[in-house]
Each structure stands twice: as C-alpha cells, then as structure tokens.
Design a protein around this ligand. Sequence first.
Ligand code: HEM
Length: 449
Amino acid sequence: MKSLAVAAIATLLTTAPSFTRALCPFKREAGTGKGDIDLASVNPSKLRQILEKRDLRDVPVNHEDEPGLNKRQFTAFNENQEIDVSGVHAWTPPGPNDIRGPCPGLNALANHGYLPRSGVVGLVQGATAVQQVYGLAFSFALPLSLYATLVDGDPIAQTWSIGKAPPPLLGLPIIGNGDGLSGSHNKYEGDASPTRGDYYLNSGDVSTLRVPLFKALYDLAKDDPVPNYDLRVLAKHRKYTLENSISTNPYFFWPPFAGPAVSNAAHTFIPALMSNHSAEYPNGILDKETLKDFFAITENPDGSLSYRPGYERIPYNWYRRPLGPQNEYTTLSFAQDLVVLAQTAPGVVAVGGNTGTVNSFAGVNLADITGGAYNTQDLLNPRKFVCYFYQISLAVVPDILRSKLLGTVLATALNLLQNQLQPFIDPNCAKIANYNDDFAAQFPGAALP
Ligand code: HEM
C-alpha cells in the first residue's frame, strides 16, 4: 500500500503542475498515539472485532431508533412541533438569482423562508433557524454555521452562502463573500455524501443530487411493511456510500473534519432531523414521502425517480422533534449515532484517502495529525468525539484562514472562531496544540485543480 501511494504521488507530481504541495513521507506507525490501535488501516473485519469487544454499556447511548439499544424517548408530543408551511412560510421554488446547494436541510429552509430565500445566511440566523425548525441543538448548530462563515463565508459581514459564491460585496474586494458551501470541497463539503456525487467524478459539482445514490438509499426500505429510514437503514447506506467512493473515485479523500465529522453527520441528520414526530409517532418516523420531499424527488408512475434541483421542501403535517435539552440533537447524540454507523461501516472514523487509483485507500494515524491529542479509536468514544469535534475546528480553521486572509481581517476571523466556540468547549478536553496537515500531500484528492 505504501509503495503504491508513493508511486501514485510521484506520477502525479510529474503530470499535474497544480499539485504543488511538498511531498511528505508517509509517517503512519501503528500505535504511535497513547492507547492507539491500528484502526487507520481500515481493515473492516478487524475493526468490527474491536468494536464488538468494546463494552458499549459504558456509553450513554440514547438513540431514537436503534432497536436493542435504549430507544430514545422524547418528552410528550406537543402540537407546537408542527412546522408552518403556509403564508410567509409557503414553499416557493428558488428564483433565478436565489442560491441553493448541497444541503437539503438548508435548501428546504430557504424555500420556506425560514432562511433568506436568496440563500445567503447570517451566522446566528443560520444556527437559530436549524434549531427552531429541526431541533438541532444550538451548541451543534452554531459551530456548523460558524464554520461556514469562516471557511467559505464572509467573516466580517458574518454571512455565508448555502450554495455557490454570492455576488461580491462592494467594499470588500479582498475577502469577497467566500466560496459558499458548494465551493468548500475538502474544507466543509466532502466525498462519499449520502446523495451528492464526489468532486472529482462530477467536474467539481458537489451540489447536484445523483439519482442512483438516492435510489440506493430509497431501495433499502421502500418495500418494508412500514418503511422508516431510521439510523439502522442509514448505517447500511453509509457503508454503501463509503465503499462506493473508495471503489470508484481514485481521488477519494477524507480529511479530519469533512470526513469523519461532516460526512457522517450528513448521514445521521437524515433520520435525526427529517423524521416526522407526529402524534402517531412521537419518537419519529421517516417514511418514503417525507424522504422524497426533503430531497426534491418525485416518483413517476413507472417507479422511476425524478429530481428537481432546488425543489427541496418541508412536507405538510410535518412535526419536528421537540425542543429542550432532553430532545434536541446534540453533538453527543451525533457521537453516539456515529458508534452505530461504525458497527455497520467500520471505516467511518478513518482519516485518509485513495492514492490515485480506486481501492487504494490508505489510512493515516490521527495521533500523528493531532500531535497525540486524539487517536482514531477516540472517535468511537462519544465523550471524546465531542471534544474532537470542537478541537479539530480550532486546529483546522486557523490554517484555512491564514491561507486566504491577512492583517486585521485575519485577526477578526481568528477572534470570531475563539469567541464563538469558547462557550461550548469543555476545558477537560485534550487540546490539539500541534496540528500537522503534512499527511494530505500523499493524497492526490487533497489538492484541488
Ligand atoms: C448551519 C447548519 C448546517 C450547515 C452549515 C450544513 C452544511 C452542510 C454541508 C457542507 C453539507 C455537505 C456535506 C457532504 O459533503 O456530504 C451538508 C449536507 C447535508 N446536510 Fe447540512 N448543514 C446544516 C444543517 C443541516 C440540517 C439541519 C439538516 C437536516 C435537516 C442537514 C442535512 C444534510 C444532509 C442530509 C446532507 C447530505 C446531502 C446529500 O448528500 O444527500 N443539514 N450540509
């Protein structure tokens, strides 16, 4: 694997002038991090054995829909959970200048006027909308919106685009408005998404839904007696999307934040935030019609599926999960769901990528990247994952900011990062003092053309 990787990079360096990063020797050594084990090589059967041996009873599991684990019970159903889709919140498709992008949750919010219909969103506005409409905890929502503001938005105006770059703002010629979520490949948006295609396989178009990917998900439960796209179903789809990218995309790349954190969240958000918590199913059910509405899919009489970009909608009679600390979807809820994904798809916590050919996945040791603060196995410990989620942002974002901003603008952006994340950070979490991104140089997919 190692020699293959080096050969692939050597070829790339001679053939692709845009790939200018210095070649760093691959430093993976199993067990370099304290308590680390060699999960980075992504040997699924080995990882499954390790997971089976782990005593999951010490994990405060609180899943909505995983049979056999504590089924999450929400506080009593309340009519206020119904999301208004009438009047000012009536569904309207995007106009010619309105922006939509890779996130169906955000596209639907904009189509219903819960976010500006233009698709350009404010930092706090974005976080508040996803909390109020979907029940995503603010401590999770704000970092997501903050990340968008900093890595692909405008840190001075504190806005970001849910899709392509918005038109430049007068007076801010140096920083512009950012590239938007659609232009954030490897920084925010990543490969192996639930329904969007990989960057290198689709000429950089990461926003358009690919019907075969949606169909792969849809088919998993469509013929069930009571179809419900719950976490078990999404775990199967997660396995498929990861293996599909590794086996079809020579440039597949999974960096430390966009991979294990964002791509997996994109999968768990589907049952966690799109399920309908009606009076009949207070713990939530995600049926076929609801799934199709959220993904802008219609089913034709012959059973084929059609997609209309930007037509995502919140269904009629849709009830979000209840609000309040017991009910909202927190980073810890996500970390617990990640353990369930890993039981079906062990590779979900591996940082790494293909090395220029399909099926050449090489994992890197997270301990090497994080200066020993976190190892790959830590991502399967929900409490440690929560630490990792915030700490990796603090480690990665300054690098990105320094690569594009200068002077007081850079200082303002760095302050924004620290000040906004501070309230959510547990001081007992290990800090990533020495983040090292040299590992990326061995993966051709890390560099954008
Ligand atoms: C401020 C909040 C949010 C931000 C910044 C955000 C950002 C993103 C980004 C960057 C992606 C692309 C990830 C990838 O490459 O796979 C994405 C995908 C996705 N997001 Fe969001 N998101 C937010 C909230 C939500 C909410 C509330 C939901 C659910 C209601 C949601 C559901 C999804 C899903 C299902 C995908 C995967 C799309 C696909 O491939 O089919 N997101 N989001």
